[in-house]
Design a binder for this molecule. Sequence first.
Ligand SMILES: Cc1cc2nc3c(=O)[nH]c(=O)nc-3n(C[C@H](O)[C@H](O)[C@H](O)COP(=O)(O)O)c2cc1C
Length: 320
Amino acid sequence: MLDWTTPDARYFLRLCAPHTLLYTEMVTSGAVCRGDAERHLRFHPAEHPVAVQFGGSEPEALARCAAEAERYGYDEVNLNVGCPSDRVQSGRFGACLMAEPELVASCVAAMRAASSLPVTVKTRIGIDHQDDYSFLRRLVDAARDAGCTSFIIHARKAWLSGLSPKENREIPPLDYSRVYRLKQDYPQLEIVINGGVRSLDEIREHLRHVDGVMIGREAYGNPYALAQWDAAVFGRDDPLPSRHELVRRYLPYIEQRLARGARLASMTRHILGLFQGLPGARGWRRYLSEHAPRAGAGVEVVEAALAQVPEQAAEVDAAG
Ligand SMILES: Cc1cc2nc3c(=O)[nH]c(=O)nc-3n(C[C@H](O)[C@H](O)[C@H](O)COP(=O)(O)O)c2cc1C
């Protein structure tokens, strides 16, 4: 998620969730081929397993992206066929590519030829008035014939004009049954559902119908929920760490990044929702928001913010 799943965020989310597959922000093929590839692709080894998502529509450029992804050590390469923003459409990629299945197939084929990583596609169930099931199937058929065996489907369509990206994540209604049907019709493909999932019960229900669940906003905004889902779905050998403990485990990383010139707020902005719903959550959020952006702010700010939250309250909840 652009500006959200940065390397700093992913490092923390990995501390929360040892098994969940994490995704980068979307990286455009232009940023890799003509920009500062290192800035967009570097990641911490602790982030594994991690997939990199690319946005583009030129097979040659995307092939280069896929080769770079392999060189950097990513675990999966994902092609964005779901993002509806204007900026993205003008570059002719994202959700508008749903209308060009052959081009998507060429992109997938080129990426597969350039790297041995799995190439996956993230898409919507339709765009504008092209929202019948056969429209989605045409895209899936084309990408599958090019060798893609794993699809992430955001279970709502996108309006390519008239709605902001944010509205396009909220206004078009969710249609999970469309995604379930896809899994029934393509049992050999891995189908991962996405959109509006916020609880373990919902995850469990989806897993009765599809192979996986991708969670965006709730996982990012409520990282302890992600920790609990990861533990419940995948199991873990050690007890689930408390929220306080997760922050303490983040501190050495924060110190390293500060020593390299990063700003504290660029790391703490990803942990503001950690204590959501608990006593002291407001104090935590307020203290970090106020003090972390200040010049020279260091880990002592995080420690002071942590002191705003009664540790016992958090641990009781974690145990329960
Ligand atoms: C701030 C933000 C940035 C996003 N950036 C991307 C992106 O770069 N690539 C992408 O495929 N989806 C992106 N999305 C969409 C999410 O991946 C996801 O499909 C959508 O939010 C629905 O899932 P959710 O209800 O679990 O959040 C973004 C969402 C948000 C809120």
